[in-house]
Each structure stands twice: as C-alpha cells, then as structure tokens.
Design a binder for this molecule. Sequence first.
Ligand SMILES: [Zn+2]
Length: 240
Amino acid sequence: MSRQISSLLAIAAVCVTLAPAPAFAQASKKEPVDCSQVKCLALTFDDGPGQYAGTLLDTLKKYDAKATFFLEGQYAKSRPQFVKRMAAEGHELGNHSYKHPDFTKSSEATIKDEIQKTQDAVKAAAGVEPKLLRPPYGMTDVRVSEIAEQFDMPQILWTAGSKDWSLKNVDAIQKQTLAVAEPNGIILMHDWVKQTVDGMPALIKTLQNKGYHLVTVSDVIKDEKLEPGDAFPLPEGWEQ
Ligand SMILES: [Zn+2]
C-alpha cells in the first residue's frame, strides 16, 4: 500500500498470474519473454476452473500461450485436476476468493477466511499457493487492501474486459478483445463462458499474428514493482 494514498471509496478492480522459471533451463526451453522489449498481453480467466477449462488448456498448449487463472476456491476444490494441469503447464494461478462475495461488503473475518480457504484449496490441488489476489467483481477498498497486504499479495485488476460474460458470442468476444488489446494489457475473461473457449483458437492466432506474446500477469507487471496490498492497474479515483 506504500505507493498509494487510498481512497475510502469502494472501487472496481481486477486480477493476475505467474509462470515458474525452472532453476535449470533445459536447452530446448525458450528464453523467457521480456515484456519491456516485445509486445505482451496477459489473458486472465476468472471464477474457475470452469467446466470448459480442459478444452481451454488444450488450446493454450497447442498455441504455446500462457494465461493466468483467478480461481474460486470452491471450484479449485471440486475440479482439482484442472488446477494441477494449469500449474504443470506453466500458467499462473491467482486467488479470486472461495465463493465470490463482494469483499467491500464482507466482514474482515469473512474476507480472511475466503482468501485462506482458496490458498489452501489451490495448494492441495497443485502444490503451489497463489501470489496474486483478484477481489470478486474487482471490488476493493482500504480495508480489503490491508487484508491483501497481510496475505502478502498485490491486487490484480484488469486494463480491459472481453465482456464475454454478457456478449456470449464468439465473434463479438473476439472483436471486443482485439479492440482493447494493448501492449502489457491485462484482459478479463471467463473459462465458464463456452463461447470464450470456443473462440480461443482463432483469437490466439489473430493476437499472435499481431505480434503479441501471450504471457502471465506476473510477466506483464514485472517492472511495476508492486508491493503487497497494492492494486494494479490503479482503480479510478485512487491516487498514486
Ligand atoms: Zn469473478
């Protein structure tokens, strides 16, 4: 929180992820992407693992794309095989609460419980704990930020939305996403929206043809030097 003078208003925010770097890179492994040198974009998928996560993971693997999944603990618990696969295939895992309450309207005890139970569910499934928090609905405030700080996690919001949850149309989701894609952007999507997953091969091909490297949130925020509790991008109305 040190970089921010927080507003008392509850403000919409978003989420992120990390790709583990192997201690000993194999000769066949590619060099890590440097997002200060090349065009990067972070696709983020909230509320999952959703029922179409397996298909999405197949597509990401086929096109050598990485993503960040802001998981709900309740689904990490019920679909642990997807969580395990996400981590194994180099995607980043973030915490998106256990049951998706609005944290700005929840008690401190509830918020802490929602975050901790999700950390535990993800760790049980994949052996790793999320290092990024995306509060449900992107809603955060001073109190939520202080709790995020206690959990040692920055709050990751988004630079733009695919609007997939309301569009529910392959072509419209692609058009919207391409319209808002920008270097080092963080795009909000959902792996429970069938049309998002159905349209992902074409969307990824188009983004890659435009020169984008699809990477994790941690890749695109690397130079932001975020501290625990910080929100990024800074919600409207918050001061630097
Ligand atoms: Zn959500």
